[in-house]
Design a protein around this ligand. Structure first.
Ligand code: SAH
Length: 243
């Protein structure tokens, strides 16, 4: 069964957008995944077809109505994970992406304006998902990000490349740096070890680069990685020895 994506949005014309090109586009044409959009406005009930209203308690902007969104959700809900893009959600991780990619697909609600009436989340068991600590103008680009990350993991879409556990985040670290020809470029050469043909030495160099780059660039990831090591008995011993 292929991965079925349903997007609830006020801008269905944005899709498939970037997901119609390159690997994701080919996979879409080959039916490795499917895409359906639902116009939220089609579920408005008043004569102005309004989907939003002013925030309770006052303040700037407009809030998407729970009743309209729930009607849109109910028209497509079928047991697939139900997600809403929101900066107030838990931040998307490669682990969450992998679990989604192994499942039947996802129903993704895209917010606009100030976001959603909070009652929606409990009433329909919607999982809020953030793509990072910054604010977008709408959930559609977040949905592209989430879907792109899932689609590249689907069987046959990228082949062996995406299943490698050396990729960034797969083992809690950033990936090691890459180089390709020419060997010398603007006076800079490819690290000697990568040209040595000594596979054990190359693997050791890559591991140490992945570790040092993670430690320097992403102390948050590094701390979690070290924490995970301490939890396993062998890791604990190793950690003591390191000190
Ligand atoms: N007032 C809200 C931001 C609303 S932005 C707040 O401060 O929390 C409008 C919509 O863009 C949101 O409903 C959401 O669907 C989307 N969006 C904005 N930033 C996002 C992020 N970091 N991750 C996922 N979706 C985001």
């Amino acid at each position: 069964m292929s991965f079925a994506a349903t997007i609830l949005t006020l801008y269905p014309e944005m899709f498939p957008g970037p997901l119609g090109a390159s690997l994701a586009g080919r996979a879409l044409r080959e039916e490795a995944w499917s895409l359906e959009t639902v116009q939220i406005r089609d579920f408005a009930t008043d004569k102005h077809r309004s989907v939003d209203d002013t925030p309770a308690g006052g303040g700037a902007g407009m809030v998407l109505r729970a009743d309209v969104l729930a009607a849109a959700i109910d028209s497509v809900a079928d047991g697939r994970p139900l997600l809403a893009m929101s900066p107030r959600g838990r931040q998307l991780t490669q682990e969450r992406v992998r679990r989604l990619a192994e499942g039947p697909g996802a129903i993704i609600v895209c917010g606009r304006f100030e976001g959603f009436d909070e009652r929606l989340f409990e009433a329909r068991e919607v999982e809020p998902v953030s793509i990072g600590d910054y604010v977008l103008s709408g959930g559609e680009i977040g949905a592209f990000v989430l879907l792109d990350a899932c689609i590249r993991l689907l069987p046959g879409v990228m082949g062996a490349a995406s299943s490698g556990d050396e990729e960034s985040f797969e083992n809690g670290l950033l990936e090691y740096p890459h180089y390709t020809r020419p060997v010398e470029w603007e006076g800079r050469t490819i690290p000697e070890v990568l040209r040595s043909g000594d596979h054990a030495k190359i693997a050791a160099w890559r591991k140490s680069m992945a570790e040092s780059d993670t430690r320097l660039r992403r102390p948050d990831l590094w701390e979690r990685h070290e924490g995970a090591r301490v939890q396993s008995p062998s890791g604990a011993r190793q950690k003591k020895k390191d000190r």
